[in-house]
Write a protein that binds this ligand. Sequence first.
Ligand SMILES: Nc1ncnc2c1ncn2[C@@H]1O[C@H](COP(=O)(O)OP(=O)(O)OP(=O)(O)O)[C@@H](O)[C@H]1O
Ligand SMILES: [Mg+2]
Length: 227
Amino acid sequence: MRGRARKVSVAELAAAVRERAAGAGGRYLLGIAGPPGAGKSTLAHTLCAALNDGDTLAGVAPMDGYHLSNARLDELGRRAGKGEPDTFDSAGFAGNLARLRAAPVGEAVEWPTFDRALDEPTPAGTVFTGERIVITEGNYLLMDDPVLGAWHRVRGLLDECWYLDAERETLATRLTRRHRDGGRSEAAAREKVELSDLRNAELVARTRGRADLALRAEGDGYVVSES
Ligand SMILES: Nc1ncnc2c1ncn2[C@@H]1O[C@H](COP(=O)(O)OP(=O)(O)OP(=O)(O)O)[C@@H](O)[C@H]1O
Ligand SMILES: [Mg+2]
């Protein structure tokens, strides 16, 4: 299958995940990695809804919940770099993923989410109990450089991990719009995209080879290539 690309719907992706998860013991962890603005959160939630057709089989555990607070970033002098690998609690993220794996299905595991309006994490924004499948999504799930915090511990905690990609221009347009919507001026939004987001995208692009599948949105589905 190496190198072959095919177009699939989210329902087909969900059916394949459901089958693989059914064959695994315990809770099944799927990762969706990719550059900022690629559509990871959108895919995670659409896939989750497709998996939860009638019952609660799956939930989403966003890496974004592990953003350091703005107060902590100010202490560290890293507010301007928000979104870069060292501005997250990577050890906390890896630790809670390990806990999700180890905890019996049915036992409550709290997970923080990220509030874009407040620009801060929400502790225990979601709680997992009976979900047999957890979709975790974020930029740095496939990083293997041990110098950059605990990100290198994440890949081994996931049963499978996808890489969602998009054209650089698409990323830049989406991210500039998001920063403007968040209150930045056009110039400040562009600067954040050029100096921070697209640099993170380049860092993340180097991790693509560690994914099981690479996906790209096309129309109402995704083009998938297996590695
Ligand atoms: N398949 C798609 N087709 C068109 N637009 C999309 C698609 N997927 C996502 N988008 C849009 O792109 C933007 C970014 O999507 P999303 O927030 O899911 O990206 P993300 O990868 O989670 O970004 P971040 O890394 O910043 O959290 C949103 O405005 C979303 O509506
Ligand atoms: Mg997101």
